[in-house]
Design a protein around this ligand. Structure first.
Ligand SMILES: NC(=O)c1ccc[n+]([C@@H]2O[C@H](COP(=O)([O-])OP(=O)(O)OC[C@H]3O[C@@H](n4cnc5c(N)ncnc54)[C@H](OP(=O)(O)O)[C@@H]3O)[C@@H](O)[C@H]2O)c1
Length: 317
């Protein structure tokens, strides 16, 4: 891959976003971090934003804060959805389809990370896999008809963690009954999220539905609530120290890759987008290297087929 950033030395920034009146963006997890920043920037460009959050009180506070910042005229609503509960995801998807008539981009941003002890969802999935991957898989499939009608996009917020765990999907023990570690389980969920975007691209192409786009990106190392919400004491300590150093960037910068993937025309769907500085933790946003295991076709196909079976949700491709 070329080392030249197509967006110049500073990389992609939201200055490139034009007026978004008439466009609708659906974002998961906007009560803090990159999701909040992405929602704020989209609203500042006059988009309609539908937030999907699990905590109604936090969501109401978020909306109040955004109105305080941007004025009462902003077009924003929250629909309650817990990504870790498939019934809740299905109910929220139905509500989204009732409340909007187009989806220009579904931004799969919400997540938990580094859960210290193994937990499972009601469906029996390991919690990070259930929330980050299966929750979004179902949401994407159920909103796909409207995204397709709108010639819209699906944007997945992954992580450089995709390259920090087993570097494949643990099909023989998907839910970590054995050998659970917070990092391996988180990394698998993020790898699965990324792999499913490239697999979706292949399936869209095969179905002749190239007017729908799917992109994978990540926010680098950003100062958000991610570790504080769920991580162990040690992880909180380590990330707390990292937050004081230039190894991390403001949450706003972490929102740029997903905003770019949601709005920028003519992006390469085979690329992986994020900060292009050291370790891809900070720096100008653009396309950068993705290790081949994230595009292992056989693993991706097996994961997709298994995901349709596990969730019972079939994509209408
Ligand atoms: N920060 C980083 O350095 C970093 C690095 C790599 C990847 N990422 C990725 O960046 C994305 C955004 O994370 P962030 O760093 O901005 O973290 P954050 O500040 O913790 O934000 C995460 C958001 O997801 C929501 N969420 C968590 N569990 C949920 C569930 N079950 N259902 C619905 N929403 C849920 C949270 O809601 P609550 O307020 O209710 O908890 C919050 O709004 C994630 O996909 C994460 O994996 C972040």
């Amino acid at each position: 891959m070329s080392t030249t950033n197509p967006f110049g030395k500073k990389g992609w920034t939201p200055d490139r976003i034009k007026d978004l009146s008439g466009k609708t963006f659906v974002i998961t997890g906007t009560t803090s971090g990159t999701g909040y920043e992405a929602a704020r920037i989209l609203l500042s460009k006059d988009a309609k934003v539908v937030m999907l959050n699990r905590n109604p009180k936090k969501a109401a506070d978020t909306i109040a804060q955004l109105k305080h910042l941007l004025g009462n005229k902003i077009d924003v609503l929250n629909i309650t959805m817990d990504l870790g509960n498939q019934d809740s995801v299905k109910k929220a998807a139905t509500e989204v389809l009732e409340k909007v008539d187009r989806i220009d981009a579904l931004m799969c941003n919400g997540a938990i990370a580094q859960t210290p002890n193994r937990q499972t969802t009601e469906e029996g999935w390991e919690m990070q896999m259930g929330v980050n991957y299966f929750g979004h898989f179902t949401l994407q499939a159920l909103l796909f008809p409207m995204i397709e009608k709108s010639s819209g996009r699906i944007v997945t917020v992954g992580s450089m963690g995709y390259d920090m765990g087993l570097k494949t999907i643990k099909f023989d023990d998907l839910n970590w009954d054995k050998d659970y570690t917070p990092n391996d389980a988180y990394s698998q969920s993020k790898l699965a999220q990324i792999m499913s975007m490239y697999e979706l691209n292949a399936r869209l192409k095969a179905a002749g539905k190239t007017h729908v786009k799917a992109y994978a990106c990540h926010p680098g190392s950003s100062r958000t609530s991610l570790i504080a919400t769920n991580g162990s004491f040690m992880m909180k300590l380590i990330f707390g120290i990292m937050k004081l150093t230039p190894l991390t960037q403001p949450a706003e910068n972490g929102a740029y890759p997903e905003l770019m993937c949601a709005t920028e025309p003519d992006l390469d769907q085979t690329a992986f987008y994020g900060p292009t500085g050291r370790n891809n933790w900070t720096g100008p946003v653009g396309p950068h290297e993705l290790k081949p295991h994230a595009k292992d076709k056989a693993v991706a196909k097996r994961l997709w087929d298994l995901s349709e079976k596990e969730t019972g949700v079939k994509w209408n491709l």
